[in-house]
Design a protein around this ligand. Structure first.
Ligand code: PLP
Length: 400
């Protein structure tokens, strides 16, 4: 009898860890490494939010709170949904967890039975399929290539639906592609979902505020109010307010689901950090100018990176609508040999050669379920991005 559980055996080790470990080794050897793999804003949490956290400690808000969030934070979240998304939720329909990640985990754990299927468009955020597997469900991966702008089409969705489909996970703007669904594209999906009344939608809106140009963010429950009784809208403060380490995420959905998630949370982590909940409340109710400042910085960096990558022979980099990632194709490089003699027969081989030969760390596309691509996170300085794209260009130019 093995010591580790069968459940754990269902989960793959993170394919990105090998890359990160190798980058750290090279750095320790004194190599000049540019890391473009981190999924978090490089800015500090805004001052007034940090102050709210300190004030919460001094005011003694250091004890257990209600399991799935303080009443005042839940009210602030309801106000956020009303103000920014035109969605009317009561506090009893809100769940606060330790990051959006816990909200997703709770929802899947609370609802999936063996054989239940969850449709996940690829490229996907790495955690979705593994969370589904941990919860005993079956991930159904639907490839959404560069030709559809990395978006799920109604035809592809329809083809993936079976009598066992329980959830569809949507993530707009997306990690890793940055693709966002415009209102019409979202409506095409919600129209189809109206015809499938047993399917629930998990909408991961964590990059809501990081949208560029004139792209208008939309979320399924807002686009189609008739779906609201079977949508869990997930969001959080991590990306919007540079608060990744504070660990506060939230979800809004039908009360029976919210109660089930609270039951699960009560037997695992209990309440999310009390201090962080006060800071998150300050983030949602206080001045919102950080959002536009960070959006401008990220849009400038996106343009810099897209332009730099499209100047690289063999790389095709679409312009994303949001988040802080680009997901270029390396189709034009497959089969070539790098200057140091590596055959580029996969995106993993490309990412490894790029790291070894130029010191630029990216994440290969197979990790996100769609090849041949790689992901760059441009949440770093303009100087680093300029240097990184120049190194990638020299690398591509020297491939034969
Ligand atoms: C698509 C997506 N969803 C959810 C999360 C989870 O964010 P958090 O748990 O910090 O709220 C992340 C973080 O990287 C993400 O990229």
């Amino acid at each position: 009898m093995g010591f580790l559980s069968d459940t754990l055996a269902r989960v793959k080790p993170s394919p990105t860890i090998a890359m990160t470990t190798r980058a750290a080794e090279l750095r320790a050897e004194g190599r000049d490494i540019i890391g473009l793999s981190a999924g978090e804003p490089d800015f500090d949490t805004p001052e007034h939010i940090r102050q709210a956290g300190k004030a919460a400690i001094d005011a003694g808000h250091t004890r257990y709170t209600a399991v799935d969030g303080t009443p005042s934070l839940k009210r602030a979240i309801c106000e956020k949904f009303a103000r920014e998304n035109g969605l009317d939720y009561a506090p009893s329909q809100i769940s606060v967890g330790t990051g959006g990640k816990q909200i997703l985990f709770n929802a899947l754990m609370a609802t999936l039975n063996p054989g239940d299927e969850v449709i996940i468009p690829a490229p996907y955020w790495v955690s979705y399929p593994d969370m589904v597997l941990l919860a005993g469900g079956t991930p159904v991966i639907v490839p959404c290539g560069i030709e559809t702008g990395f978006r799920l089409t109604p035809q592809a969705l329809e083809a993936a639906i079976t009598p066992r489909t329980k959830w569809l996970i949507l993530n707009s703007p997306s990690n890793p592609s940055g693709a966002g669904y415009g209102r019409d594209q979202m409506r095409a999906l919600t129209d189809l979902l109206l015809r499938h009344p047993d399917i629930w939608v998990l909408s991961d809106d964590i990059y809501e505020h990081l949208v560029f140009d004139d792209f208008e963010f939309t979320t399924p429950a807002q686009v189609e109010p008739r779906l609201k009784t079977r949508v869990l809208t997930m969001n959080g403060v991590s990306k919007a307010y540079a608060m990744t380490g504070w660990r506060i995420g939230y979800g809004a959905g039908p009360e029976p689901l919210i109660k089930a998630m609270a039951k699960l949370q009560s037997q695992s982590t209990s309440n999310p950090c009390s201090i962080s909940q006060y800071a998150a409340e300050a983030a949602l109710t206080g001045p919102q100018d950080y959002i536009s400042t960070s959006r401008e910085a990220f849009q400038r960096r996106r343009d810099l990176v897209v332009e730099g990558l499209n100047a690289c022979p063999g790389i095709d980099c679409p312009t994303p609508q949001g988040a802080f990632y680009v997901y270029p194709s390396i189709k034009g490089l497959l089969g070539k040999i790098s200057a140091a003699g590596t055959r580029l027969d996969s995106d993993e081989a490309f990412a490894n050669a790029l790291l070894e030969e130029t010191g630029v760390a990216v994440v290969f596309g197979a990790a996100f379920g769609l090849s041949p691509h790689f992901r760059i996170s441009y949440a770093t300085s303009d100087e680093q991005l300029t240097e990184a794209t120049a190194r990638i260009r020299r690398f591509c130019e020297s491939c034969a």
